[in-house]
Design a protein. Sequence first.
Length: 318
Amino acid sequence: MKKKKINPQEFDCGCCGNQIYKSRLRDEVKCCYCGYINQGNTQVGGRGLDKTKIEWADSTWNPITGCRHKCPYCYARGIANRFVSRKGCHLVEPETYKLGDDGSETYEINEQPYYVDDETGKQFRCAYPHGFVPTIHRYRMGEYRDKKRQRNIFVGSMSDVFGEWVPDRWIREVFNACEKAPQHNYLFLTKNPRRYMELHRYGELPLRDNMWYGTTVTDPDTEYMGQDGHYEFHTFLSVEPILADFGELSEKSYIPEWIIVGAETGSRKDKVIPRREWIENIVEQCRKYNIPVFMKPSLTDIWGEELIQEFPKALIHA
């Protein structure tokens, strides 16, 4: 019996942005350009490749890249700086503008930059032409506009979209792009939740059911969205990496709608290994206040049993 030919799927690598291919029967594919492992549900008739290793989202979207927080455990900085140059190639930037100088510079890129092989002339997309310097990539704004299947999209896995250095007009451009593709859910994360509050105060934070505003916290002293009142929009916490016991949530403050928790990854010298009781306490608080909790795979060895991976009802696809 003749075997049925399996047509490969074509997609862009979730890390470097170059076009690669995979068989529909494979669950993951390693990018031949940068080595990134793209994973997802890829069975025939399934949802297709999800371009992210972020387990609590279907896709990542990075219209803004770069950050100035200087977190010692940051994974994004290493990825971005790795692709500033490509051996044997030169960089072509069709329409790029540099603003500021002396450590405060930012870049605005309107067209896709690319590398050109010096010998063959072959072109390769460049995802981070200026490393981890804050950059807006306007050519990425419409990436999910024509994608009909609903996705939970993590916006800004390679940046802090709400960092103090990000101009208001950049944030407005991102919100406008989200509103042009209302079929998706958009999940934002920041270490600067005051920016949410400022935007809300001036009526510039979209109050839509498909917009989720999260805060990254690492210990109980970290300020997070919702601590100072009640809001009419979705909020969540990403406790990653967890660096201490969080104690109890206060009934007087706003209770987040979702809590994601994970341990520090990598091999940093001062890497913190969380205790199981820290995780147990978060689960106990989530059960007390009926909050879905999502454990990241980085907790597998620490938890020692099947991970709890729950989603809010609004983020569960039909």
